[in-house]
Design a binder for this molecule. Sequence first.
Ligand code: NAD
Length: 271
Amino acid sequence: MADDWTPPSGDLMKGKRGIIMGVANQNSIAWGIAQQLAAQGAEIAFTYQGENLERRVRPLVESIGMDFMIPADVTDDASMDAAFEAVKDKWGKIDFLVHSIAFAGKDELQGSMVANTTREGFRRAMDISVYSFIDCARRASEIMPDGGAMICMTYLGAERTVPSYNVMGVAKAGLEAATRYAARDLGPQGIRVNAISAGAMRTLSLAGIRGGKSLMGTGRDWSLLKEDTRMEGVAGAALYLLSDLGHSVAGEVHHVDAGFHVVGVPDLPED
Ligand code: NAD
C-alpha cells in the first residue's frame, strides 16, 4: 500500500455485489477501494486490462479471499461484452461499479498542451478515460434492476490548470460532466452516479506524468491539512458513496485531497 492502513471492517456492504475496474498493482486506487469494500462485506468482480496484469492482480484478489477476475480492455467492445456477460452469468445483477481507469500517452503528459496534443492522443485519452465510463455506466445499469451506485475517479486538473496534466485535464473535465449526465439519466432507476476527486497519489498513473512526484509535494505543502492524500480517505469516500450511507447523493464530485482544491494562494512567508 502507498500508506499503512487497515480498512475498518463491518457490514455496510454486506449482501452487495459489484465490479471494480482498474486494479493494476497494490498501489492502485482501485485496490484501496477494493480492500475497503471487501472489509465491509462486499463481493467483488475484478476486471483487469490484460494478461500482463493478471500476474500482479491475482495474488491481491486472492489475499482478500476472492477469485472472480475477468480481463477487460475498455477500448475493445468484444472484451467489454464478454466481461459484463460473465458477471451477468454468474450473479444476474449487481449493486455497484467502480471505474478507476484513465490513460494518456507520455508525450501528451508534459510541456505544452497546445503543442503536444495530437488528434490520435486526444482521441485515445478521451476514449479510455471518458467514453469508457459512459459505456460502463450503460452496461452496469442494465444489470442493476434494484438500483445501485457507481463512482469514477477524477482529479483537480479538470477544474484548474496543472502542469503536464494537459489532455488528461481536458478528459477529466469531460468525465465530470459525464458523471452529472449519467446521474441524471440513471437517477430515476435508483442508480446514484458520483465521482471522487482525489489528490495526487503515488501510483503507476502518476508516474506517467512529467513531474508527477512534485505534484504530490505541492499537494501536501499547499493543502489545508498539510498532508498527502491518504488511501483510507479515498477508500472511505468510496464506501460512503457506494453503500446506503450515500443515500440522496447523486451527480457529485467529492474531493478527497486534504483540502487542496479550496486553496487560492498558498501560505505566505512572514513579512
Ligand atoms: P493505476 O495506474 O494504478 O490505475 C489505472 C488503471 O487504468 C490501471 O489498472 C490500468 O490497467 C487501467 N487502464 C488503462 N487503460 C485501460 C484500458 N484500455 N482498458 C482497461 N483498463 C485500462 O493508477 P491510479 O492512480 O490508481 O488511477 C486510477 C484512477 O484514478 C484514474 O482514473 C486516475 O486518473 C485517477 N486519479 C489518480 C490520481 C493519482 O494521483 N494517482 C489522482 C486523482 C485521480
